[in-house]
Ligand binder design. Structure first.
Ligand SMILES: C[S@@+](CC[C@H](N)C(=O)[O-])C[C@H]1O[C@@H](n2cnc3c(N)ncnc32)[C@H](O)[C@@H]1O
Length: 209
């Protein structure tokens, strides 16, 4: 569709803002073709990233800077050192995973004081969520038209889908944001989960010192 644009890319900045100041090591879980991991590597000295898709990892490795290490691994089985990352981030992956299993694993990789920040896809919470769904649709198409008009004038990508988009393993959200909050709170006390406008939720948790 002519108004389509990349909501994941739109929320990269939000995820990057959750990374604690002075972070030395960060991990991107389910990095896909590595766009977020590369942005992370611009601001964090050492970044590890993994994805279970060998095709995605090959794409990510092809353009990885020296301070970004990308591996093929599964979030539910990978062995990583405990208490070692200042930030564990993830974009559009949590809804692929059983939260009760995945979140404690991700929390275990964080050092005390470190931050887990993830954006993923919720299921629509209808009828309660009708206003946000309607607002999202209107804003999505409005911004999409604006991006389309501005791309030739500015030369900027303006949240255009990357070439890897069509090959990316994707899934629909299975849980509403409220269900995510309930499931996540059961394993990570004090976790914050909020619905974002463009069909995503943000989950943030700081590991107690
Ligand atoms: C929608 S893509 C998002 C990729 C990337 N984070 C981005 O924002 O472009 C979802 C990714 O999650 C990965 N994935 C799904 N389940 C996974 C698992 N159990 N372990 C590691 N990666 C997984 C898929 O291979 C896919 O690359």
């Amino acid at each position: 569709m002519i108004t389509d644009w990349d909501h994941n890319s739109w929320y990269h900045r939000l995820l990057l803002r959750q990374v604690p100041a002075g972070a030395e090591r960060a991990l991107d879980v389910g990095c896909g073709a590595g766009t977020l991991a590369r942005r992370l590597a611009d601001v964090v000295p050492h970044v590890d990233a993994f994805d279970r898709s060998p095709e995605m990892v090959a794409e990510a490795r092809a353009v990885a800077p020296p301070n970004l290490d990308v591996q093929v691994a599964d979030a539910l089985t990978v062995e990583l050192p405990q208490n070692s990352y200042d930030a564990v981030v993830s974009m559009a992956v949590l809804h692929h995973l059983p939260l009760a299993e995945a979140l404690p694993r991700m929390a275990g990789w964080l050092r005390p004081g470190g931050v887990l920040a993830a954006v993923a896809l919720p299921r629509a919470d209808l009828p309660r969520g009708l206003p946000v769904e309607a607002a999202a649709a209107v804003a999505h198409h409005g911004l999409g038209l604006a991006f389309r008009a501005l791309r030739p004038l500015t030369g900027a990508e303006l949240f255009r889908h990357e070439p890897s988009h069509d090959a990316m393993p994707v899934a629909d959200g299975r849980l509403t944001t409220r269900q995510v909050r309930a499931e996540a709170s059961a394993v990570l006390p004090d976790v914050r989960v909020r619905r974002l406008l463009y069909w995503r939720y943000l989950l943030v948790w700081r590991k107690p010192l």
